[in-house]
Design a protein around this ligand. Sequence first.
Ligand code: ATP
Ligand code: MG
Length: 179
Amino acid sequence: MSAQRRLFFALSLPPELQKQVVQWRADTFPADTGRLIAAANLHLTLAFLGEVSAQKEAALRSVAGRIDAKGFTVQIDDAGHWPGAGVVWLGTRRAPRALLQLADVLRSHAARNGCYQNTLPFHPHISLFRAATRPVAIPPATPDWALQAKEFGLYQSIYERGRTRYSLLQSWPLPVLLT
Ligand code: ATP
Ligand code: MG
């Protein structure tokens, strides 16, 4: 049996936005809110694939390369807490259609390739804390940053020495739409 890798498609945060998010998180939430997600791990998941064989991975890479999606901007202007999942997150009040379409096409191809997709509606978000199970005060005024998506990537999630890190395996451009 070939080795399986834990994979997901995601948008990464440009370095400047990553810094702003980390600063805002430190200024806004007490350190004991939950388990801090490392700055380098901040991302917006498009489709979670789970443990995938080399064969399925190749099929999904090939599908990703054929997606004809354009770049888009996501306003990061919402925040919240899912106590059940223990996640404090940043998100958007108005997900652009292009983001929803990209996630949708990736998730449907994932499902067709046997990667179980949960049935909850897609709620684009950037997780800030995990294991945040106690009540969390979310400030009424959230930031309003622009996340410019110019590419999307396939990541491997690697758990070693008690820590999770992500490794970018491949990325695909989302060309700017010239109007
Ligand atoms: P850890 O699980 O070690 O705390 P993590 O959740 O960041 O770290 P993974 O579990 O490998 O690492 O998840 C990678 C990405 O996929 C994360 O954005 C995570 O929220 C998302 N994800 C994980 N499991 C699922 C799932 N069953 N359905 C949808 N998204 C998932
Ligand atoms: Mg996880």
